[in-house]
Design a protein around this ligand. Structure first.
Ligand code: SF4
Length: 325
């Protein structure tokens, strides 16, 4: 008799959003092609890596693949942001009616947990990188708690995303996260509520390992999915130098990068030069308003006294394509 332990099955879903994304990749499907995404999803692939020692994981990114409500699975896990909440509820209800155990985590579940609680069997709040092994071993053993709360992890312990489980060939650009957190205090920002105001970074060798993986998968464009990539100047420059040197070693096409940063980066000529040399072709910047009183009111103090138009043109002239958010 085969006494080998069979891993439990877990269906990990990133629900679709109700509106087209601003990157507009929906145009592919609407033009008769297969559905495509602007950037590959880091949340499901990272969480899948944390789950994999305990489960046989199947990822569904609903923006490109419909949810299979008849899938053979023991557990269903949902992640997502506020925009995805209505769809998350629908999916959670449907699977619970089918007798599946539903787990919900992610940024919305972390910040609005009292709203999420009624829709799941297991609620997971916060960053779980350091406690995932305990969480998922308890769940796999059928010995779970109703709620788990994460920690503030050292990103050196964050796993390599499981791109092998993800339909990465449907994404136009790859994704990598090199840091979490931002020291600023914009009052409308959920990032600092969720991951805090102390910026934490992955070690450079780990960043390059992730880039090697994306390059091997065929990506030649990568979004650095940090909320404020340049805010820790010294660390950002260390990473930019490593990206430049890594890119110089590519024999074929170089990797082009994009990211999000705050307007104060335009004060730093060396930073702008290093962004350009590393291969950055686009940055997203939150300007919101040039009105100093409004900036103070929303605690966006880093932009008070900054001439937005002048800094905008500095970035433009650096040939970083500028998009406002
Ligand atoms: S600069 Fe960006 S990430 Fe930082 S607090 Fe403001 S909105 Fe949030």
């Amino acid at each position: 008799m085969n006494t080998m332990h069979k891993p439990k099955k877990l269906y990990l879903i990133n629900p679709k959003t109700p509106y087209p994304s601003y990157a507009g990749a929906e145009i592919f499907e609407n033009s008769g092609f297969l559905p495509a995404l602007f950037s590959a999803d880091l949340s499901t692939t990272t969480v899948a890596a944390l789950m994999s020692p305990h489960f046989e994981v199947t990822i569904c990114d609903e923006r490109i693949t419909p949810v299979d409500f008849d899938i053979d699975t023991n557990f269903v896990a949902l992640t997502g942001q506020i925009l995805q909440w209505e769809r998350t509820k629908e999916i959670a209800k449907a699977f619970r009616q089918r007798g599946k155990v539903v787990i919900i985590g992610g940024s919305y579940a972390s910040l609005s947990y009292e709203k999420v609680r009624p829709y799941c069997d297991i609620l997971v709040r916060g960053e779980i990188d350091e406690v995932a092994n305990d969480i998922f071993s308890e769940i796999a053993e059928g010995n779970w708690k109703d709620e788990y709360v994460g920690t503030v992890p050292d990103l050196a312990n964050s796993p390599l995303p499981r791109w092998d489980l993800y339909p990465h060939n449907r994404a136009l650009i790859g994704s990598i996260q090199v840091s979490r957190g931002c020291p600023f205090q914009c009052e409308f920002c959920d990032v600092i509520q969720y991951v805090g105001r102390k910026q934490r970074h992955k070690p450079v060798p780990r960043i390059l390992q992730e880039l090697d993986n994306l390059y091997a998968l065929g990506f030649r464009r990568t979004f650095i999915a940090d909320d404020n990539f340049t805010v820790h100047r010294k660390k950002a420059k260390e990473i930019l130098l490593a990206l430049k040197e890594w890119n110089e070693k590519r024999e074929g096409q170089k990797m082009a990068f994009s990211t999000q940063l705050s307007l104060d980066a335009a004060r730093d000529d060396e930073m702008l030069r290093m962004l350009q040399e590393a291969g950055f072709g686009g940055v997203f910047i939150g300007i919101e308003t040039p009105n100093a009183d409004s900036l103070k009111e929303v605690k966006k103090f880093q932009n008070v006294g900054v001439d937005s138009a002048e800094k905008y043109s500095v970035l433009w002239n650096t040939e970083c394509l500028l998009l406002e958010v």
